[in-house]
Design a protein around this ligand. Structure first.
Ligand code: FES
Ligand code: FES
Length: 157
């Protein structure tokens, strides 16, 4: 069965007709063509599909699009201002925290929601915050470093 929903994604409002069995991740990728939200496990285990919904980092593969009706969603595409990367994106690049890139957008969205709530974290808190986001490439050290550097930069700005 189809339902009409309204999503505000990266500041833009979309009215969409969606099958009630489809996930938010599917609608973001297939209907809105925002392909930066990755789908790997599709069962809430890897964190690659993380987006921010009403301020909270969520696994968009576990949320039905119909249940996101009326919500405000941020995806990785909403972070850069034109050609200017968001400080978290910039730090991921500069610290070498991006390798294959499959985890990167989810990791950055988790980091963004986390730093909004906890602007001055220590290393252990960062490791705890990203525990639901798997990375098979980096060994996490560079990612943690990038999040800590982002916290310092965001604090200064
Ligand atoms: S694709 Fe959603 S948690 Fe893995
Ligand atoms: S950079 Fe490859 S999975 Fe994280």
């Amino acid at each position: 069965m189809k339902k009409t929903i309204t999503l505000k994604v990266n500041g833009e409002t979309f009215n969409l007709d969606v099958e009630d069995r489809r996930t938010l991740a599917e609608v973001i990728r297939e209907d809105l063509h925002l392909l930066g939200t990755h789908m790997i496990c599709e069962k809430g285990e890897c964190g690659a599909c993380t987006v921010i919904m009403d301020g909270l980092a969520i696994n968009s593969c576990l949320v039905l699009a119909a249940d996101a009706n009326g919500k405000e969603i941020e995806t990785i595409e909403g972070l850069a201002q034109g050609f200017e990367l968001h400080p978290i994106q910039k730090n991921f690049v500069e610290k070498g925290a991006v390798q294959c890139g499959m985890c990167t957008s989810g990791m950055i969205m988790t980091a963004k929601a986390f730093l909004q709530k906890k602007p001055h974290p220590d290393e252990e808190e960062v490791r705890h915050a990203i525990a639901g986001n798997f990375c098979r490439c980096t060994g996490y050290v560079r990612i943690v470093d990038a999040v800590l550097s982002s916290a310092s930069e965001l604090k200064e700005s």
